[in-house]
Design a protein around this ligand. Structure first.
Ligand SMILES: C[S@@+](CC[C@H](N)C(=O)[O-])C[C@H]1O[C@@H](n2cnc3c(N)ncnc32)[C@H](O)[C@@H]1O
Length: 269
């Protein structure tokens, strides 16, 4: 019992580490991405496992429910690790992110791929969906595009999740579908960081970087999905548990796993 409670002695350290993060979430994300030295399995980005294993687990679902003749928009694309993988399954993949530094890095990591492009966008801002639609017409997506979202909604406030979903509606049009995969860890912040290898003595560097610089994440499961994508505006096609893979933390080479939630949705009317 006592040893189970010992992890709570980490709280002062966690509070101290997170105290320096910018209050403005968009500024925090851009500062985070400006400080990233390396991505992939040996890198410092917590959610970039550097393998295609997680993506391969989504492929059957994407093929089953999404029209693979339409382009796909990867919302909150970060360094584009999933955007590049999506480009292997759709005619074009567009990654959008609120951070200019993330987009710069994504472009550099995607150099030479002909069917990948990126744009800096706050996808919670009114009208950002329609703006993208105009660009997608240039790509020939007159009846909409698919939307892929991984690891973004759980870091947004509830009102921003709804705003983002409304922009997604503008992108999907009549034929596009949404695939989302988010962390849905059940437990408090101390449980979460302990799950990812933090102890009283040490915190894995990619986790410490996230704690230091980023907004405190929440979790996103069926309840949060029904608030952001309400049933009168969205039809739920399929949902269920999944695993979100992180950079290796507890072993030198194997990705760590965070319990997650996926959903496939279609806009109504
Ligand atoms: C946890 S990372 C996930 C990155 C990427 N989807 C992946 O799985 O590798 C969350 C990303 O969402 C981006 N983001 C946060 N708020 C956003 C917003 N309002 N509009 C667009 N992107 C946003 C951040 O800059 C960050 O790159």
């Amino acid at each position: 019992m006592l040893s189970a409670l010992k992890k709570y002695l980490m709280i002062p350290k966690l509070v101290r580490l997170s105290a320096g993060a910018p209050r403005d979430h968009h500024a925090a994300w851009d500062l985070f991405w400006s400080n990233v030295k390396a991505t992939g399995a040996a890198g410092d980005v917590l959610w970039d496992a550097g393998t295609d294993h997680e993506m391969l687990g989504y492929v059957d679902m994407l093929r089953l429910h999404l029209d693979t003749n339409l382009p796909v928009v990867d919302i909150g694309c970060g360094n584009g690790s999933f955007t590049r993988r999506l480009a292997g399954h759709f005619p074009h993949a567009v990654g959008v992110d609120v951070s200019a530094h993330a987009v710069r890095r994504a472009r550099a990591e995607s150099a030479g791929l002909p069917n990948v492009s990126y744009a800096v966008r706050d996808m919670t801002a009114t009208g950002s969906g329609t703006g993208l639609v105009e660009e997608l017409h240039v790509l020939g997506a007159d009846s909409g595009a698919n939307v892929f979202i991984r690891g973004v909604l759980h870091v947004l406030r509830e009102r921003d999740r709804f705003a983002l979903a409304e922009n997604v509606r503008a992108i999907t049009g009549t034929r596009g579908r949404v695939f989302l995969a988010e962390t849905d860890f059940q437990g408090n912040a101390v449980d979460y960081v302990s799950h990812l290898g933090a102890t009283l003595r040490s915190i894995p560097a990619p986790l410490e970087g996230a704690i230091r610089g980023l907004p405190m994440p929440g979790h996103f499961g069926p309840k949060e999905r029904s608030l952001a994508f309400p049933a009168d505006r969205w039809e739920l096609i399929e949902d269920g548990p999944t695993m979100i893979e992180t950079v290796p933390l507890s072993s030198p080479t194997r990705a760590d796993l965070i319990p997650g939630y996926f959903a496939v949705l279609k806009a109504r009317g």
